[in-house]
Design a protein around this ligand. Structure first.
Ligand code: FE
Ligand code: FE
Length: 189
């Protein structure tokens, strides 16, 4: 592990709750495996995976307050779906608190919750790694997405977006328009 990664990991282990930190390490190594398979940059995948939830160190309410203080603009749907705020805040904190100047890493953090149409390979890797990492509770279809992640990553993205839309609808929660755009885009790819 590089010195930079070790320092970030030490800092995160103090900031995040134990379960969240363990999830973060799971995403980091899953992202590295996907980078090996899909010929993406492994160092970027490790760093983005490690930091993807760095915005989740406090409650959603506190995250919104922090965004206001730092003048990070939130869309109406982000305000109505506070679970999305940590991604935007995380991309900001990666830069300001963890010294990441790589835009591709920050963008992968920014879109890890909703995805977006036409993602970069690194964005797809973090989006998928977040969903399939080993600590995730087994749910129907997860084994298949895990397989697809290594065989047909675009289909894995499509499945993940579809499952996210369905999960939100079933639990009566609003669905972010970006998640729907992601699903529509990858359905056609
Ligand atoms: Fe997240
Ligand atoms: Fe996550």
């Amino acid at each position: 592990m590089t010195e930079e990664l070790r320092n970030i990991s030490k800092k995160l282990s103090k900031k995040l709750k134990r379960d969240r930190y363990e999830h973060t390490v799971g995403v980091m190594y899953t992202a590295a495996s996907l980078a090996m398979r899909h010929e993406a940059d492994m160092a970027q995948a490790l760093t983005a995976g490690l930091l993807h939830d760095c915005g989740k160190f406090c409650t959603a309410k506190e995250q919104i307050t922090l965004c206001r203080e730092r003048q990070i603009e939130l869309t109406a749907s982000e305000l109505s779906m506070p679970a999305l705020v940590h991604a935007k805040l995380g991309a900001y904190l990666a830069k300001s608190e963890y010294g990441i100047s790589d835009h591709e890493i920050c963008s992968a953090i920014m879109y890890h919750t909703t995805g977006r149409p036409d993602m970069t390979m690194l964005e797809k890797i973090i989006y998928i790694a977040d969903y399939i990492e080993p600590n995730r509770r087994e749910i129907p279809g997860l084994a298949e997405v895990r397989h697809l992640a290594f065989t047909d990553i675009n289909r894995a993205v499509c499945r993940t977006a579809k499952a996210t839309v369905r999960y939100l609808e079933d639990s009566g929660k609003p669905v972010d328009p970006m998640t729907i755009d992601t699903y529509r885009f990858y359905k056609e790819v």
